[in-house]
Design a protein around this ligand. Structure first.
Ligand code: PRP
Length: 219
């Protein structure tokens, strides 16, 4: 039996679609209910639906053998996992964003910057590790764009997907922190060895489907 942790929401739906294309029966996972463990013993798959930020934790501790989660969440969590496939969907960028008047170098001139974000670890390593600048980080849990609008922070570090939230709130990208954010498959390090007969073929079949999907996008 393989246990797969899915990030509740759109990523879960796309992951299930891909697993089905790869030949895995996911009828149990598509059940419309409030159940958090979806299992069909005849298929050998058990799905758990978790909050995205918790998926790396379930997989690191072996409560799930595999997980599907965004690269942003993985970078922030810094867990000991094998990252085996870039699924290519859920694409976005991690950016520093703020009022438009901070573009063109003006952002760099602000002393003691206050930065609001859901990603304090990524933000710290970007500013302190890469830019060699110490900043004040304010952790928020959602609607991050509010912070510079209401005077809580100078800028935010957040994901930008379509860019619509920034545009509609008169904000803009100031710097890109990471531009390769997308959904990834992660595997527990012990499961990779102990259940390799089930996990390795699954990885190979998923990779084939991802290649097909990527080729379709190019056309
Ligand atoms: C995310 C992110 C941005 C928005 C970006 O928020 O934090 O606010 O999506 O998407 P866009 O570039 O397509 O507009 P989410 O919808 O996850 O909600 P949250 O604010 O509660 O985190």
């Amino acid at each position: 039996m393989l246990t797969i942790a899915l990030s509740k929401g759109r990523l879960a739906e796309q992951a299930i679609e891909l697993l089905e294309k790869a030949g895995y029966d996911c009828t149990a996972a598509k059940e419309k209910s409030r159940k958090l463990i979806l299992e069909d013993p005849s298929t050998g798959l058990r799905f758990i639906l978790a909050k995205p930020t918790d998926v790396p934790t379930y997989v690191e501790y072996g409560a799930a053998d595999l997980g599907v989660v965004g690269k942003d969440t993985l970078l922030e969590a810094g867990r000991q996992l094998y990252e085996v496939i870039d699924l290519g969907f859920g694409k976005c960028r991690l950016c520093v964003a703020g009022p438009k008047n901070l573009k063109d170098g003006k952002f760099d001139l602000i002393p003691n910057k206050r930065i609001a974000t859901k990603y304090p670890n990524i933000t710290r390593s970007y500013f302190e590790g890469i830019k060699k600048e110490s900043v004040e980080i304010i952790k928020l849990n959602g609607s991050i764009e509010l912070a510079p609008l209401i005077g809580l922070a100078d800028v935010i570090v957040d994901i930008v997907e379509s860019g619509r939230t920034l545009i509609e709130n008169d904000l803009d990208v100031i710097e890109t922190v990471a531009d390769n954010i997308s959904a990834r498959v992660v595997v527990n390090r012990v499961s990779m060895k102990m259940k390799s007969e089930e996990i390795r073929p699954m990885i190979e079949k998923l990779k084939v489907q991802v290649d097909i999907m990527n080729k379709e996008k190019e056309q």
